[in-house]
Design a protein around this ligand. Structure first.
Ligand code: TTP
Ligand code: MG
Length: 349
């Protein structure tokens, strides 16, 4: 029997801010921008702010209407990444089989460790609190699918154990959206079939699901609804692309401003690539117009690069191929087809 933990930090960006400024503790706090009358979306909100109905991906202006006295702060991605790194390093000390899922979550396979899962989870919580001052929620289960559902069951600062015997009583009553891989579209399709809970989904014959959702996704839904998930942890993942984008405070139409922004973004992407020790060949420019229509243009160059100059030249070739007839809301640049550079230790021979 496998033993998998899913660790997810509580109100991560907000908690990091509250940790470095104790005046923010206990207050409704919204991360996403300093001025909530400006354009932007909520990245996350403290649990105090969530009581007002504020949640991730909500426009800042809506959050401001719901709770005008909340503190609004911009996203300090670098700081959150640093804290995230600390947490991931610490998790790897508990077990080398760690899957890094996102900035504030990870899976840990502790099957080989000679200690109870609950004991290990408690030690992890204590260690994270000691090193970062932050709390997390942990789910313990026989697989990734159930561990992820479990970590979400008693947030914040929760510790939830789900065994195969709990599937019927604790997983089946949950809405289908709680299953990894079920998004709003599938949710709507399932609703049309009067399937709202995971239990109802589990009662649908495999053939019906395959007919509706295709062979592989249909099969996935059938197994997931029964709590079956054999997928191993992915302990090493190469990045396929890296990108940077920016949304303007007010939509712009001046070509020079767009070009200047694009040049800055290419510098940033080149830096990201250098830091990651990568080079890429496909440069893509994305433009979102004021009516949210979004277009991309890509160029593949002969040799992989991480040079800001080469990326900028390719990005400008892409930019020339856009019809800039409407005002521009967002500009982005992506470098894909990444290759890891060989690292030579010593004198670079
Ligand atoms: P989550 O783990 O989804 O949220 P959370 O950690 O803030 O809160 P919870 O206690 O419910 O786990 O996401 C982790 C971080 O990722 C979050 O702090 C901010 C960021 N994020 C966004 O920037 N945009 C989003 O839409 C979401 C969902 C998260
Ligand atoms: Mg979280």
């Amino acid at each position: 029997m496998r033993r998998i933990l899913h660790i997810d930090m509580d109100a991560f960006f907000a908690a990091v801010e509250q940790k470095r400024n104790s005046e923010l503790i206990g207050k409704p706090l919204v991360i996403g921008g300093r001025d909530p009358t400006q354009r932007g979306v909520v990245s996350t909100a403290s649990y105090e702010a969530r009581k007002f109905g504020i949640h991730s991906a909500m426009p800042l202006r809506t959050a401001y209407k719901l709770c005008p006295h909340a503190v609004f702060l911009p996203v300090d991605y670098e700081e959150y990444s640093r804290v995230s790194e600390t947490i991931k390093l610490l998790l790897r000390e508990f077990s080398p089989i760690m899957e890094d899922v996102g900035i504030d979550e990870a899976f840990l396979d502790i099957s080989q460790i000679d200690k109870s899962a609950e004991e290990i989870a408690k030690e992890i919580k204590a260690k994270i609190l000691e090193e970062t001052g932050l709390t997390c929620s942990i789910g313990i289960a026989p697989n990734k699918l159930l561990a992820k559902i479990a970590s979400d069951m008693q947030k914040p600062n929760g510790l939830t154990i789900i065994t195969e015997d709990d599937i019927e009583s604790r997983i089946w009553p949950l809405p289908v959206r709680k299953l990894w891989g079920v998004g709003p579209k599938t949710e709507t399709y399932l609703k049309e079939m009067s399937i709202e809970t995971i239990g109802k989904l589990a009662a649908v014959p495999l053939d019906t699901l395959i007919e509706r959702f295709g062979e592989s996704y249909g099969r996935y839904l059938c197994e997931a609804s029964k709590g079956i998930d054999e997928s191993p942890l992915v302990t090493h993942r190469e990045p396929k692309s890296t990108s940077r984008e920016i949304t303007f405070q007010t939509d712009i139409s001046n070509w020079q401003d767009i070009a200047r922004t694009l040049a800055e973004l290419t510098r940033e992407v080149a830096n990201d690539l250098k830091q990651a020790g990568c080079k890429g060949r496909t440069i893509t420019v994305k433009i979102r117009f004021s009516d949210f229509e979004t277009h991309t243009r890509a160029k593949t160059i002969e040799k992989p690069t991480n040079s800001a100059d080469e990326i900028r030249t390719a990005a400008f070739d892409c930019l020339k191929r856009f019809a800039l007839k409407k005002k521009v809301r967002l500009v982005g640049v992506r470098v894909g087809g990444l290759e890891k550079l060989k690292v030579y230790i010593g004198n670079n021979l």
